[in-house]
Ligand binder design. Structure first.
Ligand SMILES: [Zn+2]
Length: 190
């Protein structure tokens, strides 16, 4: 295999000088048709974003970052089976500019990561129970008057492991059960 037939040279030229890279990819690389079309479409979007007058793409903008990330992705996929992924609809000049599309994609990714982090925090806080240094009960409320010498908190499993195996407190936890706790979480947890 000549050097220009190897996957890395196609990826390198896609990165440095895309017309050569596109040629090498289409001519020599056995990648899936969907991947080749996706690569060509992404480079086309970036190229249009760079040359469109009045719509410059400064270094570090989402479109420029996207091209860097794209190059990295293809170098890792060149030896493995090509992944199948769907491209977003191609923007038209009259509705959405390419750089606006890149900005939208970056914004969506950021919002997804924030939402995932928020969900994790909420879930951990909700499934907390309380117990005292003495007594065998599980308490739903950290302010239960039967906890007199300092309140401890943790998961229900941790509470039971500490020896609090006599069920839910009759003062603060009337009507509560393990099943209801796992279903609803703790409304007193913050
Ligand atoms: Zn209690």
């Amino acid at each position: 295999m000549k050097w220009y037939q190897k996957p890395w040279s196609a990826v390198l030229f896609l990165f440095l000088f895309f017309p050569v890279g596109l040629f090498l990819m289409w001519r020599y690389q056995p990648w899936k048709m969907g991947l080749k079309i996706a690569v060509t479409a992404v480079i086309g979007v970036i190229f249009i974003a760079v040359i469109v007058p009045g719509d410059p793409v400064p270094p570090g903008s989402p479109a420029a970052v996207m091209s860097l990330e794209t190059g990295a992705d293809f170098s890792t996929t060149s030896t493995a089976p090509a992944p199948t992924f769907s491209m977003p609809p191609m923007p038209t000049a009259t509705t959405t500019s390419p750089s606006a599309l890149a900005t939208t994609l970056a914004t969506v990714a950021t919002m997804k990561s924030i939402a995932a982090a928020t969900t994790t925090t909420t879930r951990q806080a909700r499934f907390v129970v309380y117990w005292g240094h003495t007594g065998d009960k599980v308490h739903i409320s950290p302010n239960c008057r039967t906890i007199t010498n300092g309140v401890l908190s943790g998961t229900l499993d941790e509470c039971k492991a500490e020896g609090h195996t006599d069920g839910w407190c009759g003062v603060c936890s009337g009507g509560w059960s393990d099943e209801r706790f796992y279903r609803e979480g703790n409304p007193y947890a913050d």
